[in-house]
Design a protein around this ligand. Sequence first.
Ligand code: GDP
Ligand code: IMO
Ligand code: MG
Length: 427
Amino acid sequence: MPSIVIVGAQWGDEGKGKAVDALGNRVDFCVRYSGGNNAGHTVVVGDETFTMHLLPSGVLNPSCTCVIGNGVVVDLDVLAGELAGLRERGLDVEHPLISANAHIITPYHQVLDKVTERFAGNKRIGTTGRGIGPAYSDKINRIGIRAQDLLDPDGLAEKVEASLASKNQLLAKIYNRAAINPQVVTEALLAHADTVRPYIVDAARLLNQALDDGKVVLFEGAQAHHLDVDFGTYPYVTSSNPTAGGACTGTGVGPTRIDRVVGIVKAYTTRVGEGPMPTELLDETGEQLRAQGNEYGATTGRPRRCGWFDAPLVRQAVMINGFTDVFLTKLDVLTGWAELPVCVGYMADAHKIDGWPLTEREVEAAEPIYEILPGWTEDISQARHFGDLPANCQAYVRRLEALIGCRISGIGVGPGREQSIIINTLL
Ligand code: GDP
Ligand code: IMO
Ligand code: MG
Protein backbone atom coordinates (compact mmCIF):
# COMPACT_ATOMS: atom_id res chain seq x y z
CA MET A 1 0.00 0.00 0.00
CA PRO A 2 1.32 3.41 -0.83
CA SER A 3 2.79 6.22 1.16
CA ILE A 4 2.49 9.47 -0.66
CA VAL A 5 4.00 12.91 -0.04
CA ILE A 6 2.20 16.09 -1.16
CA VAL A 7 4.52 19.08 -1.75
CA GLY A 8 3.75 22.60 -2.95
CA ALA A 9 5.98 23.38 -5.94
CA GLN A 10 5.93 27.19 -5.98
CA TRP A 11 5.52 29.65 -3.08
CA GLY A 12 2.55 28.07 -1.33
CA ASP A 13 -1.23 28.17 -1.72
CA GLU A 14 -1.17 25.88 -4.73
CA GLY A 15 -4.21 23.97 -3.47
CA LYS A 16 -2.55 21.32 -1.30
CA GLY A 17 -5.57 21.17 1.02
CA LYS A 18 -7.90 20.37 -1.84
CA ALA A 19 -5.50 17.76 -3.25
CA VAL A 20 -5.24 16.04 0.15
CA ASP A 21 -9.00 16.04 0.49
CA ALA A 22 -9.41 14.70 -3.05
CA LEU A 23 -7.46 11.57 -2.09
CA GLY A 24 -10.29 11.14 0.37
CA ASN A 25 -11.36 8.16 2.34
CA ARG A 26 -8.64 5.84 1.06
CA VAL A 27 -6.15 7.60 3.33
CA ASP A 28 -5.66 5.94 6.74
CA PHE A 29 -3.13 8.43 8.18
CA CYS A 30 -2.70 12.09 7.25
CA VAL A 31 0.52 13.55 8.62
CA ARG A 32 1.80 17.12 8.73
CA TYR A 33 5.61 17.06 8.65
CA SER A 34 6.75 20.68 8.60
CA GLY A 35 5.72 24.25 9.32
CA GLY A 36 2.97 25.22 11.69
CA ASN A 37 -0.03 27.49 11.63
CA ASN A 38 1.64 29.71 9.03
CA ALA A 39 -0.16 27.35 6.62
CA GLY A 40 -3.72 27.85 5.44
CA HIS A 41 -5.14 24.84 3.62
CA THR A 42 -8.62 25.22 2.17
CA VAL A 43 -11.06 22.40 1.56
CA VAL A 44 -14.42 23.12 -0.04
CA VAL A 45 -17.15 20.55 0.54
CA GLY A 46 -20.46 21.47 -1.07
CA ASP A 47 -21.11 25.05 -0.02
CA GLU A 48 -18.98 24.78 3.12
CA THR A 49 -15.40 26.05 3.21
CA PHE A 50 -12.92 24.82 5.81
CA THR A 51 -9.46 26.29 6.35
CA MET A 52 -6.96 24.22 8.28
CA HIS A 53 -3.88 25.96 9.66
CA LEU A 54 -2.34 23.35 11.91
CA LEU A 55 -4.62 20.34 11.69
CA PRO A 56 -3.87 17.97 8.80
CA SER A 57 -6.54 18.38 6.11
CA GLY A 58 -7.47 14.71 6.54
CA VAL A 59 -9.28 15.76 9.73
CA LEU A 60 -12.43 16.21 7.62
CA ASN A 61 -12.32 12.53 6.72
CA PRO A 62 -13.75 10.48 9.61
CA SER A 63 -11.79 7.32 8.77
CA CYS A 64 -8.44 9.11 8.75
CA THR A 65 -6.09 9.33 11.76
CA CYS A 66 -4.31 12.69 11.86
CA VAL A 67 -0.75 13.03 13.06
CA ILE A 68 1.42 16.07 13.75
CA GLY A 69 5.00 15.02 13.10
CA ASN A 70 8.17 16.01 14.92
CA GLY A 71 9.03 18.46 12.13
CA VAL A 72 6.03 20.67 12.92
CA VAL A 73 5.96 23.59 15.35
CA VAL A 74 2.74 23.50 17.37
CA ASP A 75 0.81 26.44 18.79
CA LEU A 76 -1.40 24.79 21.42
CA ASP A 77 -3.89 27.68 21.49
CA VAL A 78 -4.35 27.42 17.74
CA LEU A 79 -4.74 23.65 17.94
CA ALA A 80 -7.46 23.95 20.59
CA GLY A 81 -9.15 26.77 18.67
CA GLU A 82 -9.17 24.89 15.37
CA LEU A 83 -10.64 21.76 16.93
CA ALA A 84 -13.29 23.79 18.74
CA GLY A 85 -14.12 25.68 15.54
CA LEU A 86 -14.73 22.46 13.58
CA ARG A 87 -16.75 20.94 16.42
CA GLU A 88 -18.90 24.06 16.62
CA ARG A 89 -19.68 23.53 12.96
CA GLY A 90 -21.02 20.09 13.84
CA LEU A 91 -18.05 17.97 12.81
CA ASP A 92 -17.10 15.06 15.02
CA VAL A 93 -13.33 15.52 14.73
CA GLU A 94 -10.71 13.57 16.67
CA HIS A 95 -7.81 15.29 18.39
CA PRO A 96 -4.66 14.64 16.31
CA LEU A 97 -1.79 12.52 17.61
CA ILE A 98 1.29 14.63 18.27
CA SER A 99 4.90 13.51 18.10
CA ALA A 100 6.56 13.81 21.50
CA ASN A 101 9.43 15.54 19.68
CA ALA A 102 7.35 18.24 17.99
CA HIS A 103 8.34 21.71 19.14
CA ILE A 104 5.90 24.10 20.77
CA ILE A 105 5.38 27.71 19.72
CA THR A 106 5.18 29.86 22.84
CA PRO A 107 3.95 33.44 23.26
CA TYR A 108 7.54 34.67 23.28
CA HIS A 109 8.11 33.24 19.81
CA GLN A 110 5.18 35.27 18.51
CA VAL A 111 6.45 38.44 20.17
CA LEU A 112 9.93 37.91 18.74
CA ASP A 113 8.56 37.22 15.25
CA LYS A 114 6.71 40.52 15.29
CA VAL A 115 9.45 42.69 16.80
CA THR A 116 12.20 41.33 14.56
CA GLU A 117 10.06 41.95 11.48
CA ARG A 118 9.36 45.50 12.60
CA PHE A 119 13.04 46.05 13.39
CA ALA A 120 14.04 44.77 9.93
CA GLY A 121 12.07 47.55 8.22
CA ASN A 122 12.34 47.23 4.45
CA LYS A 123 14.48 44.10 4.89
CA ARG A 124 11.55 42.28 6.51
CA ILE A 125 10.57 38.81 5.27
CA GLY A 126 6.84 39.43 5.43
CA THR A 127 6.28 36.52 7.80
CA THR A 128 2.87 35.40 8.94
CA GLY A 129 3.74 36.64 12.44
CA ARG A 130 2.87 33.29 13.98
CA GLY A 131 6.21 32.76 15.75
CA ILE A 132 7.40 30.16 13.26
CA GLY A 133 10.96 31.41 12.71
CA PRO A 134 11.77 31.99 16.40
CA ALA A 135 10.37 28.55 17.34
CA TYR A 136 12.56 26.81 14.75
CA SER A 137 15.54 28.96 15.83
CA ASP A 138 15.14 27.64 19.37
CA LYS A 139 14.93 24.09 18.02
CA ILE A 140 18.21 24.50 16.17
CA ASN A 141 19.75 26.36 19.13
CA ARG A 142 18.74 23.40 21.34
CA ILE A 143 16.66 25.53 23.68
CA GLY A 144 13.22 24.61 22.35
CA ILE A 145 10.17 23.40 24.24
CA ARG A 146 8.79 20.09 22.98
CA ALA A 147 5.42 18.37 23.28
CA GLN A 148 6.95 15.84 25.67
CA ASP A 149 7.84 18.68 28.08
CA LEU A 150 4.12 18.96 28.86
CA LEU A 151 4.51 15.59 30.60
CA ASP A 152 7.07 17.06 33.02
CA PRO A 153 5.81 20.38 34.46
CA ASP A 154 8.92 21.05 36.56
CA GLY A 155 11.24 20.39 33.65
CA LEU A 156 9.06 22.59 31.46
CA ALA A 157 9.26 25.50 33.92
CA GLU A 158 13.06 25.23 33.97
CA LYS A 159 13.29 25.19 30.19
CA VAL A 160 10.99 28.18 29.75
CA GLU A 161 12.99 30.11 32.33
CA ALA A 162 16.32 29.25 30.70
CA SER A 163 15.04 30.16 27.25
CA LEU A 164 13.61 33.49 28.42
CA ALA A 165 16.72 34.53 30.36
CA SER A 166 18.53 35.70 27.24
CA LYS A 167 15.39 36.61 25.27
CA ASN A 168 14.24 39.01 27.96
CA GLN A 169 17.58 40.80 27.76
CA LEU A 170 17.12 41.10 24.03
CA LEU A 171 13.52 42.27 24.30
CA ALA A 172 14.31 44.91 26.90
CA LYS A 173 17.70 46.16 25.73
CA ILE A 174 17.52 45.89 21.95
CA TYR A 175 13.84 46.01 21.13
CA ASN A 176 12.69 48.20 24.01
CA ARG A 177 9.87 45.80 24.89
CA ALA A 178 8.59 44.51 28.23
CA ALA A 179 10.16 41.36 29.60
CA ILE A 180 8.02 38.21 29.53
CA ASN A 181 7.26 36.41 32.77
CA PRO A 182 8.34 32.74 32.54
CA GLN A 183 5.73 31.57 35.09
CA VAL A 184 2.94 33.07 33.03
CA VAL A 185 4.21 31.29 29.91
CA THR A 186 4.61 27.97 31.71
CA GLU A 187 1.10 28.19 33.11
CA ALA A 188 -0.35 29.04 29.71
CA LEU A 189 1.32 25.97 28.21
CA LEU A 190 0.32 23.71 31.11
CA ALA A 191 -3.29 24.83 30.73
CA HIS A 192 -3.35 22.57 27.66
CA ALA A 193 -1.50 19.65 29.26
CA ASP A 194 -4.49 17.59 30.43
CA THR A 195 -6.17 17.78 27.03
CA VAL A 196 -3.08 17.12 24.96
CA ARG A 197 -1.30 14.52 27.13
CA PRO A 198 -3.21 11.44 25.89
CA TYR A 199 -2.29 12.28 22.29
CA ILE A 200 1.46 12.68 22.73
CA VAL A 201 2.97 9.63 21.05
CA ASP A 202 6.05 8.13 19.44
CA ALA A 203 4.77 9.14 16.01
CA ALA A 204 7.71 7.61 14.14
CA ARG A 205 7.01 4.18 15.58
CA LEU A 206 3.30 4.53 14.97
CA LEU A 207 3.73 5.50 11.32
CA ASN A 208 6.30 2.82 10.58
CA GLN A 209 3.95 0.26 12.13
CA ALA A 210 1.08 1.62 10.03
CA LEU A 211 3.16 1.12 6.88
CA ASP A 212 4.10 -2.42 8.04
CA ASP A 213 0.37 -3.08 8.37
CA GLY A 214 -0.30 -1.95 4.80
CA LYS A 215 -2.04 1.28 5.71
CA VAL A 216 -2.13 4.28 3.36
CA VAL A 217 -0.11 7.16 4.81
CA LEU A 218 -0.29 10.64 3.30
CA PHE A 219 2.32 13.23 4.23
CA GLU A 220 0.77 16.68 3.84
CA GLY A 221 3.34 19.31 3.00
CA ALA A 222 2.81 22.89 4.08
CA GLN A 223 4.38 25.98 2.47
CA ALA A 224 6.28 24.99 -0.65
CA HIS A 225 9.53 24.24 -2.42
CA HIS A 226 10.56 27.86 -2.96
CA LEU A 227 9.89 28.71 0.70
CA ASP A 228 12.24 25.91 1.84
CA VAL A 229 15.04 27.19 4.10
CA ASP A 230 17.62 25.27 2.03
CA PHE A 231 16.22 25.38 -1.50
CA GLY A 232 13.93 28.40 -1.51
CA THR A 233 14.54 32.05 -2.32
CA TYR A 234 16.64 32.56 0.83
CA PRO A 235 16.36 34.65 2.97
CA TYR A 236 12.74 35.16 1.88
CA VAL A 237 11.71 31.70 3.01
CA THR A 238 10.13 29.97 5.94
CA SER A 239 12.30 28.32 8.61
CA SER A 240 11.68 24.66 7.82
CA ASN A 241 11.98 22.09 5.02
CA PRO A 242 8.68 21.81 3.15
CA THR A 243 10.48 19.81 0.43
CA ALA A 244 9.94 16.07 0.15
CA GLY A 245 12.97 15.19 2.29
CA GLY A 246 11.24 17.01 5.13
CA ALA A 247 8.60 14.28 5.12
CA CYS A 248 11.30 11.87 6.32
CA THR A 249 13.11 14.08 8.82
CA GLY A 250 9.82 15.54 9.97
CA THR A 251 8.19 12.19 10.80
CA GLY A 252 10.82 9.50 11.23
CA VAL A 253 9.80 7.50 8.15
CA GLY A 254 12.78 6.56 6.00
CA PRO A 255 13.10 7.56 2.33
CA THR A 256 12.88 3.95 1.14
CA ARG A 257 9.32 3.82 2.47
CA ILE A 258 8.01 6.68 0.34
CA ASP A 259 6.25 5.46 -2.81
CA ARG A 260 5.11 8.64 -4.48
CA VAL A 261 5.85 12.33 -4.30
CA VAL A 262 3.17 14.55 -5.80
CA GLY A 263 3.93 18.17 -6.61
CA ILE A 264 1.01 20.55 -6.36
CA VAL A 265 1.47 23.15 -9.07
CA LYS A 266 -0.73 26.18 -9.70
CA ALA A 267 -1.41 26.87 -13.40
CA TYR A 268 0.05 30.36 -12.83
CA THR A 269 2.26 31.77 -10.03
CA THR A 270 1.47 33.45 -6.72
CA ARG A 271 3.46 34.52 -3.70
CA VAL A 272 2.63 36.09 -0.31
CA GLY A 273 5.22 38.12 1.59
CA GLU A 274 8.48 39.63 0.40
CA GLY A 275 11.14 38.24 -1.91
CA PRO A 276 11.85 37.83 -5.61
CA MET A 277 9.21 36.59 -8.05
CA PRO A 278 10.40 36.79 -11.66
CA THR A 279 6.97 36.57 -13.34
CA GLU A 280 5.16 38.94 -10.99
CA LEU A 281 2.68 41.20 -12.81
CA LEU A 282 2.39 44.60 -11.17
CA ASP A 283 -0.21 45.79 -13.65
CA GLU A 284 -3.89 45.26 -14.36
CA THR A 285 -3.28 41.74 -15.62
CA GLY A 286 -1.91 40.82 -12.21
CA GLU A 287 -4.97 42.32 -10.58
CA GLN A 288 -7.23 40.41 -12.93
CA LEU A 289 -5.45 37.13 -12.07
CA ARG A 290 -5.87 37.94 -8.37
CA ALA A 291 -9.56 38.66 -8.83
CA GLN A 292 -10.26 35.58 -10.97
CA GLY A 293 -8.23 33.29 -8.74
CA ASN A 294 -9.49 34.90 -5.51
CA GLU A 295 -5.85 35.20 -4.49
CA TYR A 296 -6.02 36.42 -0.91
CA GLY A 297 -4.04 34.66 1.83
CA ALA A 298 -5.95 31.95 3.72
CA THR A 299 -3.94 32.75 6.88
CA THR A 300 -3.35 36.50 6.91
CA GLY A 301 -5.83 37.71 4.27
CA ARG A 302 -3.02 39.54 2.44
CA PRO A 303 -3.46 39.94 -1.33
CA ARG A 304 -1.23 37.42 -3.08
CA ARG A 305 1.22 38.65 -5.68
CA CYS A 306 0.26 37.12 -9.04
CA GLY A 307 2.06 36.32 -12.28
CA TRP A 308 2.25 33.95 -15.22
CA PHE A 309 3.41 30.35 -15.00
CA ASP A 310 7.14 30.06 -14.36
CA ALA A 311 8.44 26.80 -15.82
CA PRO A 312 12.08 26.90 -14.56
CA LEU A 313 10.73 27.58 -11.06
CA VAL A 314 8.62 24.42 -11.15
CA ARG A 315 11.21 22.37 -13.00
CA GLN A 316 13.63 23.02 -10.14
CA ALA A 317 11.02 21.70 -7.68
CA VAL A 318 10.46 18.64 -9.87
CA MET A 319 14.16 17.81 -9.65
CA ILE A 320 14.79 18.46 -5.97
CA ASN A 321 11.65 16.76 -4.70
CA GLY A 322 11.78 13.92 -7.20
CA PHE A 323 8.12 14.37 -8.09
CA THR A 324 6.58 11.23 -9.53
CA ASP A 325 3.45 13.16 -10.48
CA VAL A 326 2.15 16.69 -10.66
CA PHE A 327 -1.34 17.85 -9.76
CA LEU A 328 -2.02 21.04 -11.74
CA THR A 329 -4.47 23.30 -9.91
CA LYS A 330 -6.64 26.32 -10.72
CA LEU A 331 -6.53 25.78 -14.48
CA ASP A 332 -10.09 27.16 -14.60
CA VAL A 333 -8.77 30.56 -13.45
CA LEU A 334 -6.98 30.98 -16.80
CA THR A 335 -10.21 30.78 -18.82
CA GLY A 336 -10.87 33.92 -20.85
CA TRP A 337 -7.38 35.18 -21.67
CA ALA A 338 -6.67 35.39 -25.40
CA GLU A 339 -3.00 34.61 -24.82
CA LEU A 340 -1.18 32.93 -21.97
CA PRO A 341 2.49 33.80 -21.57
CA VAL A 342 4.59 31.05 -19.96
CA CYS A 343 8.07 31.77 -18.64
CA VAL A 344 10.55 29.34 -20.23
CA GLY A 345 13.83 30.90 -19.07
CA TYR A 346 15.41 34.06 -17.67
CA MET A 347 17.80 36.79 -18.60
CA ALA A 348 19.92 38.36 -15.87
CA ASP A 349 22.50 41.09 -16.46
CA ALA A 350 22.28 40.50 -20.23
CA HIS A 351 23.01 36.76 -19.83
CA LYS A 352 20.65 33.91 -20.48
CA ILE A 353 20.37 31.74 -17.39
CA ASP A 354 20.36 28.01 -17.80
CA GLY A 355 17.63 26.62 -15.51
CA TRP A 356 17.17 28.04 -12.01
CA PRO A 357 19.64 30.83 -11.12
CA LEU A 358 22.65 30.01 -8.97
CA THR A 359 22.76 33.05 -6.71
CA GLU A 360 20.35 35.26 -4.76
CA ARG A 361 21.45 38.19 -6.87
CA GLU A 362 20.61 36.41 -10.11
CA VAL A 363 17.14 35.46 -8.83
CA GLU A 364 16.54 39.12 -7.96
CA ALA A 365 17.72 40.19 -11.42
CA ALA A 366 15.96 37.44 -13.40
CA GLU A 367 13.75 38.75 -16.20
CA PRO A 368 11.42 36.15 -17.67
CA ILE A 369 11.63 35.02 -21.26
CA TYR A 370 8.08 34.25 -22.34
CA GLU A 371 6.59 31.83 -24.81
CA ILE A 372 3.05 32.84 -25.74
CA LEU A 373 0.42 30.11 -25.81
CA PRO A 374 -3.11 30.60 -27.15
CA GLY A 375 -5.86 30.81 -24.51
CA TRP A 376 -9.42 29.47 -24.41
CA THR A 377 -12.80 30.95 -23.54
CA GLU A 378 -14.89 27.88 -22.76
CA ASP A 379 -15.92 27.27 -19.13
CA ILE A 380 -13.94 24.20 -17.97
CA SER A 381 -15.28 23.98 -14.42
CA GLN A 382 -17.53 21.03 -15.33
CA ALA A 383 -14.82 19.08 -17.17
CA ARG A 384 -14.11 15.71 -15.58
CA HIS A 385 -11.99 14.07 -18.28
CA PHE A 386 -8.96 15.42 -20.08
CA GLY A 387 -10.84 15.07 -23.36
CA ASP A 388 -13.54 17.47 -22.07
CA LEU A 389 -11.03 20.35 -22.12
CA PRO A 390 -10.88 22.66 -25.15
CA ALA A 391 -7.98 21.97 -27.53
CA ASN A 392 -5.98 25.07 -26.52
CA CYS A 393 -6.39 24.17 -22.87
CA GLN A 394 -5.16 20.62 -23.50
CA ALA A 395 -2.22 22.08 -25.40
CA TYR A 396 -1.42 24.41 -22.47
CA VAL A 397 -1.32 21.44 -20.08
CA ARG A 398 0.81 19.36 -22.46
CA ARG A 399 3.26 22.24 -22.97
CA LEU A 400 3.60 22.75 -19.21
CA GLU A 401 4.20 19.03 -18.79
CA ALA A 402 7.02 19.13 -21.33
CA LEU A 403 8.57 22.27 -19.82
CA ILE A 404 8.59 21.01 -16.22
CA GLY A 405 9.63 17.46 -17.06
CA CYS A 406 7.04 15.60 -14.99
CA ARG A 407 3.77 13.95 -15.88
CA ILE A 408 0.61 15.79 -14.93
CA SER A 409 -1.63 13.22 -13.27
CA GLY A 410 -4.42 15.46 -12.02
CA ILE A 411 -5.96 18.81 -12.89
CA GLY A 412 -8.05 21.11 -10.71
CA VAL A 413 -10.88 22.92 -12.49
CA GLY A 414 -12.56 24.49 -9.46
CA PRO A 415 -12.33 24.61 -5.66
CA GLY A 416 -15.01 21.95 -5.10
CA ARG A 417 -14.19 18.45 -3.95
CA GLU A 418 -15.42 16.92 -7.22
CA GLN A 419 -13.87 19.54 -9.52
CA SER A 420 -10.85 17.53 -10.61
CA ILE A 421 -9.72 15.62 -13.65
CA ILE A 422 -7.76 12.50 -12.76
CA ILE A 423 -5.46 11.32 -15.52
CA ASN A 424 -3.42 8.79 -13.51
CA THR A 425 -4.86 7.67 -10.17
CA LEU A 426 -2.65 8.73 -7.28
CA LEU A 427 -3.76 6.00 -4.85
P1 GDP B 1 -2.88 25.44 0.04
O1 GDP B 1 -2.25 26.31 1.06
O2 GDP B 1 -1.89 24.89 -0.94
O3 GDP B 1 -3.74 24.35 0.62
O4 GDP B 1 -3.85 26.39 -0.81
P2 GDP B 1 -4.88 27.50 -0.22
O5 GDP B 1 -6.03 26.79 0.36
O6 GDP B 1 -4.15 28.48 0.61
O7 GDP B 1 -5.26 28.27 -1.54
C1 GDP B 1 -5.81 27.62 -2.64
C2 GDP B 1 -7.17 28.26 -2.96
O8 GDP B 1 -7.59 27.85 -4.24
C3 GDP B 1 -8.27 27.82 -2.02
O9 GDP B 1 -9.18 28.87 -1.88
C4 GDP B 1 -8.90 26.64 -2.73
O10 GDP B 1 -10.26 26.46 -2.39
C5 GDP B 1 -8.78 27.08 -4.17
N1 GDP B 1 -8.60 26.00 -5.15
C6 GDP B 1 -7.92 24.84 -5.03
N2 GDP B 1 -7.91 24.17 -6.20
C7 GDP B 1 -8.61 24.94 -7.07
C8 GDP B 1 -8.92 24.82 -8.47
O11 GDP B 1 -8.54 23.87 -9.14
N3 GDP B 1 -9.64 25.86 -9.03
C9 GDP B 1 -10.05 26.94 -8.31
N4 GDP B 1 -10.73 27.89 -8.94
N5 GDP B 1 -9.76 27.08 -7.01
C10 GDP B 1 -9.04 26.10 -6.41
P1 IMO C 1 0.54 27.17 2.78
O1 IMO C 1 0.82 25.86 3.46
C1 IMO C 1 2.11 31.00 1.37
C2 IMO C 1 5.41 32.75 3.67
C3 IMO C 1 5.12 34.04 4.40
C4 IMO C 1 6.49 34.68 4.34
C5 IMO C 1 7.43 33.51 4.52
C6 IMO C 1 7.94 33.32 5.94
O2 IMO C 1 -0.83 27.69 3.01
O3 IMO C 1 0.93 27.11 1.33
P2 IMO C 1 6.78 32.44 8.16
O4 IMO C 1 5.60 32.94 8.92
O5 IMO C 1 6.66 31.03 7.70
O6 IMO C 1 8.07 32.68 8.89
O7 IMO C 1 6.84 33.39 6.85
O8 IMO C 1 6.69 32.35 4.13
N1 IMO C 1 4.48 31.63 3.99
C7 IMO C 1 3.52 31.20 3.15
N2 IMO C 1 3.11 31.68 1.96
N3 IMO C 1 1.54 29.89 1.88
C8 IMO C 1 1.95 29.38 3.06
O9 IMO C 1 1.50 28.22 3.54
C9 IMO C 1 2.96 30.07 3.77
N4 IMO C 1 3.58 29.86 4.96
C10 IMO C 1 4.51 30.81 5.06
O10 IMO C 1 4.14 34.81 3.72
O11 IMO C 1 6.72 35.20 3.05
MG1 MG D 1 -2.43 28.24 1.85
